[in-house]
Ligand binder design. Structure first.
Ligand SMILES: Cc1cc2nc3c(=O)[nH]c(=O)nc-3n(C[C@H](O)[C@H](O)[C@H](O)COP(=O)(O)O)c2cc1C
Length: 351
């Protein structure tokens, strides 16, 4: 294994073996108002939706996580099996490793063997600056072709870069690089935060580009600072171990970020809400607040390291919970979820 491969492998291992969640899950601070007279039949509820012109069986995306080392192939395959069965979207982790080493392509492209209706390619944003526009376009196309992607995710991961031992903390020029890529790439470009959220100001700035959508990737679930804290600890790197702890809870909570982005002037692009979604009830809350779909990472990673059956079982439970929530709200289709009433019941969420 080269350095990139072992880092990818450590990310998965640490995420599963340690508690890498942010200290607080902000979905707990919101409640949906029960409808005691729902006047619908649970079996008549439709979870179908469409996103980036692709039809989905439910407004759920298996978030970008892995690829780039041998064992990741099985994880991606287990996730793809569930994505096919329930016709939900799926992303792979940053594909840089496969650009550097062709033998690793299959750890991502395995998902092409399944009928996943919406597939997302993925790269870290700082990579675009390092490559420059021409090479970014070429490499983006390679990554898209690798998995026959319908959309290309540019991941904003500056929190991770800032606290990671081998971090590349170069953010200068990233906005321009995204802007140019979104103009020139024929595949839709999605900008995704990876745990620290998108503010109102950043959403406004991004809305002036040709991106096709945003994943707010807020605080409340997996904390990359926490992951890097444990990785540094394993490597006896005291400075980064400390940094990971200091920034463990840095960021904008996912619910807050959905509202910020939705409030940005003239915002009419799809919003994906990732960060701390543990079940179908959290998913419903995110859509009530204005998300078009939710992204789920950690909750599906664990079963995906075990088996296809465990992964399918978890997705099935999440979908059943989403349907049950809609039933209790008296709402029969996804597009009507924002009509539901909600209330702030906790004290930590700032909105
Ligand atoms: C092991 C692991 C690896 C990840 N790698 C990537 C990545 O390569 N690209 C990316 O955009 N997000 C990556 N993420 C972030 C997730 O897509 C997601 O935004 C984050 O985990 C929050 O979701 P959660 O709270 O459901 O885990 C990764 C997450 C985990 C747990």
């Amino acid at each position: 294994m080269n350095k990139t491969e072992s880092r990818k492998s450590e990310h998965v291992k640490v995420s599963i073996e340690k508690n890498v969640s942010s200290q607080y899950n902000y979905w707990d601070d919101l409640t949906l108002i029960h409808n005691a007279l729902p006047e619908i039949n649970k079996n008549d509820i439709s979870l179908k939706t469409s996103l980036f012109k692709r039809k989905l069986g439910a407004p759920i995306i298996i978030s970008s996580m892995t690829g780039g080392y041998e064992k990741a192939k099985k994880i991606n395959e287990n996730l793809a099996v569930a994505a096919e069965k329930y016709q939900i979207g799926m992303g792979v982790g940053s594909q840089r490793a496969a650009l550097e080493k062709k033998e690793l392509i299959k750890t991502y492209s395995i998902i092409k063997d399944y009928d996943v209706p919406l597939r997302f390619a993925n790269i870290g944003a700082s990579q675009l600056v390092l490559w420059g526009h021409k090479k970014s376009l070429e490499n983006a196309q390679k990554m898209i072709d690798m998995i026959d992607a319908h959309a290309f995710i540019v991941c904003l991961n500056f929190l991770q870069e800032a606290v990671m031992t081998e971090g590349e903390s170069n953010a200068k020029g990233v906005y321009d690089a995204i802007k140019k890529l979104a103009s020139d790439l024929s595949t839709p470009v999605i900008v995704k935060e990876s745990g620290a959220g998108i503010s109102y100001a950043v959403a406004e700035k991004l809305s002036k580009t040709k991106i096709a959508g945003i994943d707010v990737g807020g605080l409340g679930g997996t904390s990359f600072a926490a992951i890097e804290h444990y990785r540094a600890k394993m490597a006896d790197d005291r400075l980064h171990e400390r940094g990971g702890k200091t920034f463990w809870n840095w960021g904008i909570p996912t619910p807050t970020s959905i509202l910020y982005v939705g409030d940005a002037t003239d915002w009419d692009l799809p919003i994906i809400a990732t960060g701390g979604i543990r079940n179908g009830l959290d998913a419903a809350k995110a859509i009530v607040l204005g998300a078009d779909a939710v992204g789920i990472a950690r909750a599906l990673l664990e079963p995906a390291t075990k088996s296809k059956e465990a992964t399918v079982k978890e997705v099935d439970a999440i979908i059943k919970e989403l349907r049950a929530t809609m039933y209790l709200l008296g709402i029969n289709k996804v597009s009507r979820l924002p009509e539901a009433d909600w209330s702030l019941v906790g004290e930590k969420l700032w909105i």
